[in-house]
Design a protein around this ligand. Structure first.
Ligand code: AP5
Length: 225
């Protein structure tokens, strides 16, 4: 299973991608997390990416593709979940060439739909563990002890790009540069499944799994024709 999770900032791509990876055994390739790790580690790619990530701008395509290529080389042949990648039509085209080169194919694109006012509220309440990266939300999923990670006891912090002005900018970037991917994949004949991301996390996950099964069934019956 090779699946893209697409959706605006705060739609729940990371939350759903982690659950799906746990359930399916597929590896999750989350470009935002990889970039934040590189920024924290101060590697040369991280130093280059920092200003883009903190400003809510997209990191140049070639740097992102290099990151994905490295991760995909180690991924098991049967599955990867792409969270936050591709984000532009140019990335999607380069990704198609990379998948072909590696003998992989794309099974489905899951689009998580959430209204803008809900996204802004969610992101203002998001807190991330500075040690292990676990994600919480002041409204929908708070930690047991305020400010402390339930998993490792680390300190919870707000992401640098979650301040309201940067969130508004990220939403604009999503509309301009990422939304065209839906039409791109529909035109390519890749199954594109919309799920309502405003419901509880486990219900959204159930819908994603159902959509992936339906896409798989459709693919099998097409192959038998
Ligand atoms: P990235 O980390 O990918 O950020 P994003 O796409 O803006 O998405 P988020 O991580 O903000 O949200 P999410 O959809 O994962 O939601 P989450 O599950 O955390 O990218 C960051 C930056 O890196 C980009 O701006 C760019 O600079 C760069 N970058 C990354 N990829 C790139 C690429 N391919 N090309 C170029 N640049 C790239 O949930 C959000 C909150 O809501 C959490 O608090 C969570 O607990 C809560 N929540 C989740 N689901 C629910 C629910 N169903 N109900 C209630 N609350 C929920």
């Amino acid at each position: 299973m090779n699946v893209i999770l697409l959706g605006p900032p705060g739609a729940g791509k990371g939350t759903q991608g982690a659950l799906l990876a746990e359930r399916s055994g597929a590896v999750r390739i989350a470009t935002g997390e990889l970039l934040r790790e590189a920024v924290r580690a101060g590697t040369p790619p991280g130093q280059k990416a920092r200003k883009y990530v903190e400003a809510g701008e997209l990191v140049p395509d070639d740097a992102i593709l290099e990151l994905v290529r490295e991760r995909l080389a180690d991924a098991p042949a049967d599955g990867a979940i792409f969270d936050g990648f591709p984000r532009t039509v140019a990335q999607a085209e380069a990704f198609e060439a990379l998948l072909a080169e590696l003998g992989r194919s794309l099974d489905a694109v899951i689009v998580i739909d959430v209204a803008e006012d809900v996204l802004v509220r969610r992101l203002s309440g998001r807190r991330t563990c500075s040690a292990c990266g676990a994600v919480y939300n002041a409204d929908s999923g708070p930690p047991s002890v305020p400010g402390r990670c339930d998993v490792c006891g680390g300190t919870l912090v707000a992401r640098a790009d979650d301040d309201p002005a940067t969130v508004r900018h990220r939403l604009g970037v999503h509309v301009e540069q990422t939304l065209p991917l839906i039409a791109h994949y529909q035109a390519a004949g890749t199954p594109v499944c919309h799920v309502d991301g405003e419901r509880p996390v486990d219900e959204v996950q159930r819908d994603i799994v159902r959509s992936l099964r339906a896409a798989e069934d459709a693919r099998r019956s097409e192959a038998h024709r």
